[in-house]
Write a protein that binds this ligand. Structure first.
Ligand SMILES: NC(=O)c1ccc[n+]([C@@H]2O[C@H](COP(=O)([O-])OP(=O)(O)OC[C@H]3O[C@@H](n4cnc5c(N)ncnc54)[C@H](OP(=O)(O)O)[C@@H]3O)[C@@H](O)[C@H]2O)c1
Length: 252
């Protein structure tokens, strides 16, 4: 089974459906049961568990659900939040902690809970270009994703038998982009950039990202899988997975 956190919407939903289309069993996780149910209804291979991965008790719900499963083929840590988008000097401690708990702590502590079942399997951390490029108003998000990138490297160093990788999935047409377009505390030029990408149809589709992630999870050998922080905009790997009608927009 593949576990996909945040599988009720966006990239996670598209990935769950793409994995199932390739014959893989998938367990999706999220907080909103109605969304998870809708995704699970699309395939007999998709199951769901309702859990908040930012809390130890939520992670325990997932752990308990998987107790009878001897081996997990992969875990995709995709659940993530960017809000509140606000000035670094105004963010409250609890707002900061919620972003860290979701984007950084959940992957670490779920990996701990599932480590025995993951031997021989793969872990994929969904990162972001924001881990390398600071954006005004996104401080907690940028810091959490930068830390997640380093967490991947530390896991690679310490955890024998499990293949870890992280990926920058690009700028994708999901609800998170709508939150960015509607945010009140971003530099106007930066926000205009994201608004224009949407207007000019230059956002990646969720389905294209899902095909890329499926290729990483199912079709690469282990040495290749762990070899780099993957970037969907990097063209050298496109011939290996990118087929029409899927496309990766170029906006530079
Ligand atoms: N869209 C982009 O342009 C972009 C770019 C770079 C990276 N990413 C990354 O891609 C990942 C997916 O985001 P998306 O763009 O697909 O946006 P999205 O549709 O908002 O997906 C985020 C998912 O995470 C789940 N989630 C959030 N907090 C959770 C929690 N505490 N416990 C369990 N599930 C939780 C949400 O479901 P519930 O609210 O129901 O729990 C939702 O399904 C994120 O890690 C994001 O940082 C996105």
């Amino acid at each position: 089974v593949f576990v996909v956190t945040g599988g009720g919407s966006g990239i996670g939903k598209a990935l769950a459906r793409a994995l199932a289309a390739r014959g893989e069993s998938v367990l999706i996780v999220g907080r909103r049961e109605a969304l998870l149910q809708e995704v699970a209804r699309t395939s007999d291979l998709i199951q769901y568990v309702c859990a908040d991965v930012s809390s130890a008790s939520g992670r325990e719900v997932l752990h308990a659900y998987l107790r009878g499963v001897p081996a997990i083929r992969g875990v995709v840590h995709n659940a993530g939040i960017i809000e509140p988008i606000m000035p670094l000097m105004d963010i409250t401690e609890s707002q900061w902690r919620q972003i860290m708990a979701t984007n950084l702590d959940a992957p670490l502590f779920l990996n701990q809970l599932l480590k025995n079942q993951l031997v021989g399997g793969r872990v994929l951390h969904i990162g972001s270009g924001a881990s390398h490029h600071p954006v005004q108003g996104w401080s907690a998000y940028c810091v959490s994703k930068a830390a997640l990138s380093m967490l991947t490297r530390c896991c690679q160093l310490e955890c024998d038998g499990i293949a870890f990788a992280s990926v920058m999935p690009g700028i994708i047409d999901t609800n998170m982009q709508a939150q960015i377009r509607n945010a009140h505390h971003m530099a106007a030029d930066k926000q205009d950039f994201f608004i224009r990408l949407k207007q000019h149809n230059q956002l990646l589709s969720q389905e294209t990202v899902a095909i890329f992630l499926c290729w990483l999870l199912l079709d690469t050998d282990t040495d290749t899988y762990v070899s780099q922080e993957w970037d969907i905009y990097e063209k050298t790997h496109h011939p290996l997975w990118l087929r029409s009608p899927h496309q990766v927009p170029i906006w530079e």
